[in-house]
Ligand binder design. Structure first.
Ligand code: SAM
Length: 94
């Protein structure tokens, strides 16, 4: 399960807590991914979660499920980031 622009990892952490067999990948901008790493580590999810600093162009291949939850809207008006994120999810190789 890949959290696109996964923020501080709260959503992914809740999903991992509810489903102990799932594994997660959190894609976020570098400064925020470190916060997510710390919080998900404190929640005991370090073993089941990988942290990927990057942007929408860096959506990793091989995820079973992609969660582009609350991908920034204001930015999309000027930069098309929501569209870019959706396109990256759609074209990520299996
Ligand atoms: C409203 S939060 C959503 C967090 C999480 N997905 C959720 O639903 O709780 C939006 C996130 O998008 C991230 N973000 C903004 N631009 C980004 C980019 N170019 N690449 C990756 N993440 C980005 C921000 O750092 C922020 O954490």
């Amino acid at each position: 399960m890949v959290g696109i622009a996964g923020g501080n990892g709260e959503l992914l952490g809740r999903i991992l807590s509810a489903h102990p067999r799932l594994r997660g990948v959190l894609l976020e901008r570098p400064h925020t991914v470190e916060t997510a790493r710390r919080l998900l580590g404190a929640a005991g999810h370090t073993e089941r979660c990988a942290f990927l600093p990057g942007s929408f162009a860096d959506v990793p291949a091989g995820g079973d499920v992609y969660i582009p939850s609350r991908v920034p809207h204001p930015a999309s008006r000027t930069t098309g980031t929501t569209t870019a994120a959706a396109r990256s999810c759609a074209t990520a190789p299996a």
